[in-house]
Design a protein around this ligand. Sequence first.
Ligand code: FMN
Length: 309
Amino acid sequence: MDTLVLAPMQGLTEVLFRRVFHRCFPGAFDYAVSPFLSLTHGNLNDAWKKITDVLPEVNADSMAVVPQLLGKEVEEFVALANRLGEVGYSEVNWNIGCPMRRVAAKHRGSGILPYPDEVRQVLDGVMPRLKVSLSIKMRLGHQHDDEILQLIPILNDYPLRSVTIHPRTGKQQYGGAVNPDRFGECMALLSHPVIYNGDIRTVDDHSRVVGRFPGVQAVMIGRGALYDPTLPSRIKQLPLSSDAIACFIHELLDAIQAQPISDEAKLRKTKEYWCLLWHATTLSEMQARSVLHMTDLDDLHTAIRQIVK
Ligand SMILES: Cc1cc2nc3c(=O)[nH]c(=O)nc-3n(C[C@H](O)[C@H](O)[C@H](O)COP(=O)(O)O)c2cc1C
């Protein structure tokens, strides 16, 4: 099973990154799930203004994308999902895995997982009114990795397109061990197609997951694609040029440079990407870190271009 999905990562996998990735590694990812659009009570027009990241015209030369929504406000959920349907999307994804404390404290993201009644309430409210399919991205639980077990019978009551499971709890955030045993148990109980997500950093990691869970519909990769952007192409055995990583980094810098944002924001963004992407190069950590003190955007870009050839 070689279907690969680019994971949503707020601040990293927006259309800027997806577009460059698609140009440099065509076909490596089958599609992406967008970083979440947060539902807020009230004015949908305000929310709409913030979602240029998933507008089809902005994504025309990028990989296919499924917009992701975060929240449990039923009216706003239905309105936003159906507006996305009107502009051409056939699927939206519901994020019930975000572990950020201020999100989870409001029973949003992974914070809703210990409350099956609230999950049912949202699904009951939105499903009959959605004109698009719904998929879900979730964790095993918020505090405990068995919370998912009481949710599965509820999820099985609705026609979901897929369920992506990141087999950690919200409490674990992004560290600690993943729990593949619990993932397997859930996969057997779920009546929907299941997507695996978590800690795929090598071709072997991918082979291990699809070997152990041959029924998975797809594998979703997040940080692994930033630590090494060639990983999805290597998993799919797609041709790669010897300078693929350098080309990708150079194109990403061009794309950052062309953004309609301040130089300060471009500098910050470049450093965020660089802190992950340098791992894909042959540079030592000391060499990679040597550019991070720079405060001038042009100096930083020139330095990175010189050390990544
Ligand atoms: C910086 C960052 C931002 C993230 N933003 C989102 C998000 O917007 N929506 C979401 O569902 N998951 C988000 N995630 C979680 C990832 O999609 C993914 O589930 C997680 O990183 C585990 O997969 P990986 O080990 O392949 O990175 C984020 C993760 C990181 C590190």
